[in-house]
Design a protein around this ligand. Structure first.
Ligand code: ITT
Length: 192
């Protein structure tokens, strides 16, 4: 069974990635915690590729990475690529964003996710992007998920990501859409 390393250090993301990758016919392993990749790319795609490629080369195994973030329209796409670095903790990030948007009625936003898979030699063999539109609330709601989930409201579901059952977020989120494109292509990859 081929080994696939999940190249993330974010526990919330790891849990979601593992849920997409169970029962796939590969031996799913965690990234060694000391192995950290500097995110120097200018796009989600570049950073996802960097993470997958470097972890694959360092471990000599297949690797899968996710680069994602929240883009707020009225902030010209911020925090975007810097979503993880917007504050020290998830609560700090949420507070900073709420402060930036205080009194602003324009709340449109979207989550973006790019997932990349690298071969053991580091070559990127698959990449997929998912986007989930929503709105930023004025106060957090819900206990589930991670990151910005408590302030990201999805009008179609009338819930924040943090209020949704995990199975619904799994289905409709930016990550869910990227994995929906990627998963059907995985078995062929390992046959090569
Ligand atoms: P790795 O690079 O180790 O995977 P990271 O947290 O640094 O972990 P990113 O650079 O891709 O990952 O940053 C993504 C950030 O965007 C993440 O830390 C969250 O703050 C936010 N984010 C992404 N997907 C999210 C989701 O489904 N729900 C809430 N916040 C999310």
């Amino acid at each position: 069974m081929p080994v696939l390393i999940v190249a993330t250090g974010n526990p919330g993301k790891l849990k979601e990635m593992q849920a997409y990758l169970t029962d796939g016919g590969w031996d799913l392993r965690l990234k060694p915690p000391e192995l950290e990749v500097e995110e120097t790319g200018q796009t989600f795609a570049e950073n996802a590729a960097l993470k997958a490629s470097q972890v694959a080369q360092a471990t000599g195994e297949w690797a899968i990475a996710d680069d994602s973030g929240l883009e707020v329209e009225t902030l010209n796409g911020a925090p975007g690529l810097y979503s993880a670095r917007y504050g020290k903790t998830d609560a700090d990030c949420i507070q900073r964003l709420l402060t930036e948007l205080q009194g602003n009625p324009k709340r449109q936003a979207r989550f973006v996710c790019v997932v990349a898979i690298a071969r053991p030699d580091g070559a990127i063999v698959l990449q997929a992007e998912g986007i989930c539109p929503g709105e930023i609330l004025t106060a957090p709601r819900g206990q589930g998920g991670f990151g910005y989930d408590p302030i990201f409201y999805v009008p179609q579901q009338q819930m924040t990501f943090a209020e949704m059952p995990a199975a619904i977020k799994h289905e409709i989120s930016h990550r869910g859409q990227a994995f929906a494109q990627l998963l059907p292509q995985l078995p062929q990859l390992f046959e090569r």
